[in-house]
Design a binder for this molecule. Structure first.
Ligand code: ATP
Ligand code: MG
Ligand code: MG
Length: 351
């Protein structure tokens, strides 16, 4: 028993809280919002800003260990908490993973393949970067982007000024466009003792910049690259002395896996593990941050298909339940805005 503090109260916090409860832990959420998907299933909720050191310290005093479901937390918040509490994953991992430029330089420094990239801090930089990287390319804000937000594609150098305005002139990275047929993720969990376990890699399909489906097992093109990608992901995790679940997104490129981005947390492309793996990413994250032995990560069934329910797709939940092999997950969000993740469905395929 004990209490796990979680920064962020969205659907990832909800599913972490459910896994924690199963293991006999209470969870206490800290988030800037009044409420959220994690509120229904957690023991306590403190509303506070990530820049409010006093509120963070009071929250820290109520919990035994701190984790986060959201990497756009000010690192100062984690630093404040780290003085009195164990924070897992640590502040080093968060600093790198919340900044696309830091993340790409870190991975390139470890010998990983990335898209060609340049730092962009002004429109003049952007023109130079386009000349260096070539077109087509993608301009992404270094921070706060998710679900394809904060990024714009550039087909021609003439679009530079409009692209810079479109991302609001924030510090950014320009990436060359990687040619790939498929995308996949490596999700691993690393324990307190440095032991690492990998889940099977899902083939991920995005629509409108948002993850649409994750399917396991992935096809031959991805399977051929998983070992190399896992070695990269393990090097990243070891280099950060990481504890918890780490997700690394890759493109299956013509010459092997190309690193796209990482998330220092449980990940949407791992939701299938709740029913489809022997131990879910949520349970193993809780086990890891609490210093417990890790559960097996193998497939529980031969094939698993996860589909996100975006916007009003969640209205069709009755039809989903009519399929007895499908598990429905709704996040309890009241407003089905377009592009909003309202839930997901995991379909187990077995003989
Ligand atoms: P997430 O919701 O996964 O955090 P995000 O907003 O952080 O997404 P990215 O993962 O950087 O965004 O990009 C979203 C998608 O855009 C990728 O999954 C990929 O399909 C495409 N994409 C991004 N960068 C590149 C690139 N350099 N070359 C080709 N396609 C890219
Ligand atoms: Mg991202
Ligand atoms: Mg991504």
């Amino acid at each position: 028993g004990g209490t796990i503090g979680i920064l962020g109260g969205g659907q990832l916090g909800r599913m972490l809280s459910m896994a924690a409860a199963q293991l006999g832990y209470r969870t206490h959420i800290y988030a800037p919002e009044e409420s959220g998907p994690a509120a229904d299933v957690s023991s306590d909720w403190t509303r506070g800003g990530y820049d409010n050191a006093d509120a963070l310290l009071r929250f820290g005093a109520c919990v035994d260990v701190v984790t986060y479901e959201f990497e756009n937390v000010e690192t100062a918040a984690i630093e404040v908490l780290s003085h009195s509490r164990i924070v897992r994953p640590g502040v080093g991992a968060l600093k790198i993973a919340q900044d696309r430029l830091a993340e790409k330089s870190f991975v390139a420094g470890l010998g990983g393949a990335t898209a060609p990239y340049r730092a962009v801090n002004s429109v003049a930089d952007l023109h130079d970067a386009i000349a260096a990287v070539g077109t087509p390319c993608i301009l992404k804000t270094n921070r706060f982007g998710y679900d394809g937000k904060g990024q714009v594609r550039i087909a021609d150098a003439g679009e530079a000024d409009a692209a810079w305005d479109a991302i609001g002139g924030h510090p950014a990275i320009l990436e060359g466009f990687v040619r790939f047929d498929e995308e996949f993720s490596v999700i691993l969990v690393r324990g307190e003792d440095g032991a690492v376990r990998f889940w099977d890699s899902a083939a991920n399909v995005h629509r409108d910049g948002i993850l649409a489906t994750s399917t396991v097992p992935a096809g031959a093109a991805i399977s051929a690259q998983v070992d190399t990608a896992r070695a990269m992901a393990r090097t990243i995790a070891d280099g950060l002395d990481y504890v918890g679940v780490l997700a690394v997104e890759f493109f299956a490129g013509e010459d092997g896996p190309v690193f796209n981005e990482m998330a220092p947390r449980v990940h949407n492309s791992g939701h299938w593990t709740i029913e489809g793996a022997i131990t879910s990413q949520f349970e193993n994250h809780i086990r890891a941050i609490c210093g417990l032995p890790l559960g097996a990560t193998g497939l529980a069934v031969p094939r698993v298909e996860m589909r996100n329910l975006i916007g009003d797709e969640a209205n069709h939940w009755r039809a989903i339940l009519a399929d007895p092999a499908s598990h429905l997950h709704l996040y309890g969000k009241s407003e089905a805005r377009p592009g909003r993740k309202m839930g997901h469905v995991t379909r187990l395929v077995f003989p």
